[in-house]
Design a protein around this ligand. Structure first.
Ligand code: LRH
Length: 452
């Protein structure tokens, strides 16, 4: 994505796109990390070739929790695992009261517990995926704090590595890199990479956790907002200044991730569009020809009846999603969807109900009287989901922008380059100025729903 700031407005242009396809290998699910790195180089080349000015900087964000281990020469030890790999299935010690992070099976700390001792013994450095890509581009090994917080190895108050947690994994403390904050420069492209890409440039730390970047781009004009970063996952919560590490937050399944500019993202992971994506893949495998747009149109006209808990661990791995949803409906004693449109309707109703629960609890935990819910990311284009969310929360929903993470990424770079000044409020004002947003008001029972 190419970001440009012109007259105080921001534009994003997609310059290259390549699939991120995990590979099942030796019984485990892995990143196809070299293919992605090649995609980064090729994409940068395409972008540079189209520019008539120099490239100011590059920022990288990816999903959280996944990592690579490097030896003392900086060589990668093995192929990074994908967090949906089932090797971390099962119960884990709940470290929430220590690290403020919800105990999800895929947290880095739990993934590391499954590493073989001989690999740990050779490990000289742990880099999260964006840090790994930045290392390959610049030769500099550093970490970035928003993504580091998702490892479960960071003290949520001091935002420094927790020595005891690391020692308990059998890793030396210096395996963890020094940490930068979003906006700090990681380094310049190596000469080899500059030659491949066709331009010198620098790599800047952004909110390298995609959700941290997405929340930067929430176009809120009031501090009393909740957000839903809606993509494969739906990350639902509020922004706070301090972590909320209480028993209530733990029981509610909340997490305190480090945000940009010292903020905290107090949020819950709701299963999100993954339920839809995996259902579509299953229908394709079954030889059904379906279009999501048509299914959603059909789902609008269906009565919403079957609501299930979308966050059950059974939905986490890839595989036959419609069958798992039907089984869960049956277990919950609600009607089983009998066709794809009913399945989609069940997913939408279940997500909206989960969003409403999470928004309410997040507000209570943080002492915020939520006035508005912002949906950013792909799900902001889903009019049925946005309206159901307004109805379920009883709050206005502002939908957009669609490319939340890319925007937050570029905004932080633009500020680092001196193109924009101010804090998150100023960055968010730039988003409001630059993109058309959609507002949904809760429909009163019996009336037509309202969109403006
Ligand atoms: C969203 C996300 C989320 C994490 C999950 C692993 O892409 O980064 O914030 O919990 O992926």
């Amino acid at each position: 994505m190419l970001g440009r700031i012109v007259d105080g407005r921001i534009t994003l242009t997609e310059m290259a796109r390549f699939p991120n396809r995990p590979v099942q290998l030796g019984g485990s699910l892995h990143w196809n990390i070299l293919d992605l790195y090649q995609g980064v180089l090729d994409g940068l080349r395409t972008l540079v070739d189209s520019l008539d000015v120099g490239l100011t900087s590059i920022g990288i964000d990816t999903w959280a929790v996944d990592y690579a281990l490097l030896d003392a020469d900086g060589r990668m030890l093995g192929v990074p695992f994908h967090y949906r790999d089932t090797r971390t299935d099962g119960d884990h010690e709940d470290l929430f009261l220590r690290n403020g992070i919800a105990a999800l099976p895929f947290n880095t700390v739990f993934q590391l517990q499954t590493e073989r001792p001989e690999v740990l013994a050779l490990s000289a450095r742990l880099l999260m995926i964006p840090d790994l890509l930045a290392y390959w581009l610049t030769g500099v090994q550093v970490g970035e704090v928003t993504n580091a917080s998702t490892t479960g190895l960071l003290d949520p108050f001091s935002r420094t590595w927790d020595r005891d947690s690391i020692a308990s994994l059998g890793l030396p403390f210096n395996v963890l890199p020094s940490l930068l904050s979003p906006g700090e420069v990681i380094g310049s492209l190596t000469s080899d990479v500059s030659a491949l890409v066709g331009s010198p440039s620098s790599v800047v730390a952004v909110g390298t956790h995609d959700t941290a970047s997405a929340i930067v781009a929430v176009p809120a004009s009031t501090p009393s907002f909740a957000y839903i970063a809606s993509g494969t996952w739906s990350l639902v919560g509020v922004e706070t200044t301090e972590p909320v590490v209480t028993e209530e937050a733990r029981v509610g399944g909340f997490t305190n991730e480090a945000g940009v500019d010292g903020t905290v993202r107090l949020l819950r992971n709701v299963m999100g569009m993954w339920l839809v994506q995996e259902s579509l893949r299953q229908w394709e495998r079954d030889g059904l020809t379906v279009s999501l747009t048509e299914l959603l149109d059909e789902a609008v006209g269906l009565p919403g009846s079957s609501v299930i808990d979308p966050d059950l661990p059974v939905f986490l791995p890839p595989g036959d999603m419609p069958a798992r949803i039907a089984a869960e409906c049956s277990a919950a004693g609600v009607p089983e969807p009998s066709n794809p449109a009913e399945t989609i309707r069940c997913i939408m109703d279940s997500l909206a109900a989960a969003y409403a629960r999470s928004v309410r609890t997040a507000g209570e935990l943080a002492g915020i009287d939520v006035e508005v819910v912002h949906i950013v990311g792909g799900g902001s284009q889903n009019t049925l989901l946005c309206q159901l969310t307004a109805d379920a929360t009883g709050l206005p929903v502002v939908a957009g922008p669609v490319e939340g993470s890319a925007l937050g990424n570029v905004l932080v770079q633009a500020r680092a380059a001196g193109e924009i000044e101010g804090g998150l409020a100023e960055l968010r004002a730039v988003v409001r100025e630059s993109f058309e947003l959609m507002e949904y008001v809760p429909s009163s029972p019996g009336s037509d729903s309202g969109r403006s």
